[in-house]
Ligand binder design. Structure first.
Ligand SMILES: [Zn+2]
Length: 469
């Protein structure tokens, strides 16, 4: 689903009415009710990101990357459906040069704005019609400065590249509706010099080589939010196998120890995913895996769909760290399969992933979830809300730890049977889609057959310590 940008639409319509046809880029179609899609989904946590007027179903991406020049050449074929009578629309694209755009079989006019590719099809697209957009592009991709999070977006590394980052990164390497409210399936072919790995999300398809270049192919057949896409190119020890009948692909940077903390932690991916499935319901994707990179500019791990990417700091001094694996794998249910509609609800991702750390720690013979809850309760600043934390605090403690406290408070209140039934109902009913905090509260009330809104309010946003359940 795509949110609409009502204000922008009204502004565009007014300029057309006033007759500023040339200046506003209005077309004859707009006078027939066709109008531009919004240039933004209106999510204040990511100004300018996402677009309106269409809903993407699939990205077909064919890219070539040469680490010696840091140059990327790409073709994107995007299949979408118009959600309004559409005279023109935006895609998010940061940097890179566009060589040609077509809509269907017809060449389309296009121009660039700040982080935007604005496409005017030869003919307007009627609401409800499926269409394809083909974009040829090339250039040296750029990073995104995510401040305290470190560098996101496309990073040129010593042996290749990494494209990664939350809340956005995809637009640094392909044209995209770059907001989690518009999920789509992906097919990626990536061509790199022979000897380098090119890793991404989903099921691996057969590789081919020609003239010193190898094309790696990946298919993510379950809808994916764009920030959960990744591309990792470089010198990696890639292990391909199966787990629970599905492909398992793990990769550790060749510069890290072959049997060290990173490799041994990643090797527990299947066992940890199975444990989480026993609590959250069936694993939601058709492949498994994980990638440990060596570039210490990436100071985080990210739950990229079906194949999380871990920065090297999680395995510093060669220490194993299964807890970070449990966190990123928990996101496969909470965040990846059931995704945010808007970033103000990011606790729905991080609260549950943080809670999964407690579940795993207890299962692995460590501290109990109840003990972690008690310790965190004592340490929490209740003035910071978990819901609508503000852009500066979207990765703050209230989102992660206070969110986990709310999850455990729900468990204590309704009991284990109902608690895990609520979680499994949520991951089943919302699989592959998007949801909000209000959706979770109403589902929990329906499953538990009791009022739970005051409980969620107190634990997520109340300004003082809630009474222990
Ligand atoms: Zn997380």
């Amino acid at each position: 689903m795509v949110l609409t940008g009502r204000r922008l639409r009204v502004a565009a319509a007014l300029t057309c009415v006033l007759g500023l046809v040339a200046a506003a880029g209005c077309t004859g179609d707009e006078r027939d009710g066709f109008r531009p899609g919004a240039a933004d989904v209106g999510d204040p946590y990511v100004p300018g990101r996402g677009n309106g007027g269409y809903d993407v179903a699939h990205y077909g991406l064919d890219v070539r990357y040469d680490p010696s020049t840091d140059r990327l050449t790409g073709k994107a074929v995007i299949t979408a459906t118009a959600t309004q009578d559409l005279s023109r629309f935006n895609l998010d694209l940061a940097g890179l040069e566009v060589g040609a755009v077509s809509v269907g079989d017809a060449a389309a006019e296009y121009r660039r704005g700040d982080g935007e590719l604005v496409v005017t099809p030869r003919d307007g697209v009627p609401r409800g019609r499926q269409f394809t957009v083909t974009v040829d592009y090339a250039g040296v991709p750029t990073a995104v400065d995510d401040g305290a999070l470190g560098s996101g977006g496309f990073l040129h590394t010593s042996d290749g590249a990494v494209a990664l980052g939350q809340p956005h990164s995809a637009a640094t390497w392909f044209p995209v509706n770059d907001h989690p409210s518009d999920k789509a399936t992906y097919e990626l072919a990536v061509t790199v010099p022979d000897g380098l790995a090119a890793l991404s999300n989903g099921v691996p398809l057969p590789r081919s080589s020609a003239d010193g270049w190898t094309t790696w192919r990946w298919s993510e057949r379950t809808p994916m939010a764009s920030y959960l896409s990744t591309l990792v190119i470089g010198d990696y020890r890639v292990v391909t196998g199966t787990h629970a009948g599905r492909p398992m692909v793990t990769a550790v940077a060749a510069s890290l120890p072959a049997t060290g903390g990173a490799a041994t932690s990643l090797a527990r991916t299947g066992a940890i995913a199975d444990f989480l499935a026993s609590r959250f319901g069936p694993y939601p994707f058709d492949s498994y895996g994980g990638i440990v990179i060596a570039d210490d500019r990436v100071g985080y791990a990210l739950e990229t769909q079906s194949r999380p990417v871990y920065g090297p700091a999680f395995f510093a001094d060669d220490r194993p760290n299964p807890i970070v694996v449990a966190h990123e794998l928990a996101h496969q249910w909470f965040g990846d399969s059931v995704s945010l509609t808007r970033w103000g609800d990011i606790w729905l991702n991080e609260g549950f992933a943080s809670y999964a750390e407690w579940l795993w720690e207890e299962h692995d013979g460590g501290r109990t979830a109840q003990r972690n809850f008690e310790m965190q309760y004592a340490a929490t600043d209740w003035r910071q809300p978990s819901v609508e934390p503000g852009r500066e605090q979207m990765f703050g403690t209230a989102v992660y730890k206070r969110g986990a406290l709310a999850v455990h408070a729900l468990r204590r209140t309704v009991g284990d049977d109902l608690f895990f039934r609520i979680l499994r109902t949520w991951t089943a009913e919302r699989a592959g889609g998007n949801a909000t905090t209000a959706d979770l509260v109403s589902l929990a009330e329906r499953v538990a057959q009791r009022q739970l809104r005051p409980l969620f309010d107190a634990w997520l946003v109340g300004g003082s310590a809630p009474t222990l359940p």
